[in-house]
Design a protein around this ligand. Structure first.
Ligand SMILES: Nc1nc2c(ncn2[C@@H]2O[C@H](COP(=O)(O)OP(=O)(O)OP(=O)(O)O)[C@@H](O)[C@H]2O)c(=O)[nH]1
Ligand SMILES: [Zn+2]
Length: 205
């Protein structure tokens, strides 16, 4: 089978055809059998249907456009000149290697240029990209890049601290290990003191 390179998915990914529902239900039944159980026993008969519904939630980000979320900006809000930061944004994502959840927190900051955005939109951007199959690095990068691309700010900083269930509940079984990823652009990249201030605020969360 040809392996396709991952492509950046900054925008909605609605163009990908989905399998029909019967195939998806059958796939869940097959995984139940792979786990060693009987998909026809009472407790499991409705499970494929529930899993498809859960997938709609967990992966709702494919149908959403993070750039569009940032499209509404406020000229009348005067930029503070310093960064605006969201701390402790919940991250609920799934790793693209094992389809296992990884859970944590994101801190997102930007130094406005001309455009100031409603702060909830930054949390929506985190949510949209989280609700796709991700590596933590790609998730961090996509959040920073879409803010950079749409708002053209003076700089963006993103830090995610998360625990991967593929590491805590299986594999190496390191229960307390968390993974930290960062992405800095513009002034955050150029000015170590800004980075330090961002990281220490993120850590106080
Ligand atoms: N860089 C990175 N690695 C990840 C992420 N999520 C999971 N992984 C790692 O992906 C790797 C996959 O390794 P493989 O050897 O292909 O798969 P595996 O045999 O299931 O590996 P183990 O998890 O070590 O059992 C593992 O080292 C995981 O810890 C992520 O977000 N970023
Ligand atoms: Zn994994």
């Amino acid at each position: 089978m040809d392996v396709k390179p991952s492509r950046p998915v900054l925008v909605a990914n609605q163009d990908r055809p989905r399998p029909d529902k019967a195939r998806a239900l059958e796939a869940v039944r097959t995984l139940i059998e792979w786990a060693g159980d009987d998909p026809d026993r009472a407790g499991l008969v409705d499970t494929p249907e529930r899993v498809l519904k859960a997938y709609r939630d967990w992966f709702s980000g494919y149908g959403e456009d993070a750039a569009a979320e940032l499209g509404r900006t406020f000229d009348e809000l005067e930029a503070a000149g310093d960064f605006v930061m969201l701390r402790e944004v919940e991250v609920e994502s799934h790793c693209e290697h094992h389809l296992a959840p990884f859970l944590g927190r994101a801190s997102v900051a930007y130094i406005p240029g001309e455009k100031v955005v409603g702060i909830s939109k930054l949390a929506r951007v985190v949510e949209i990209f989280s609700r796709r199959l991700q590596s933590q690095e790609a998730l961090t990068r996509q959040i920073a890049d879409v803010i950079e691309e749409v708002l053209k700010p003076q700089g963006v900083a993103v830090m995610i601290d998360a625990r991967h269930q593929c590491m805590t509940t299986r594999g190496v079984h390191h229960r307390d290990v968390s993974t930290v990823t960062t992405r800095f652009t513009g002034a955050f990249q150029d000015d170590p003191s800004l980075q330090t201030r961002f990281l220490s605020l993120a850590r106080q969360g």
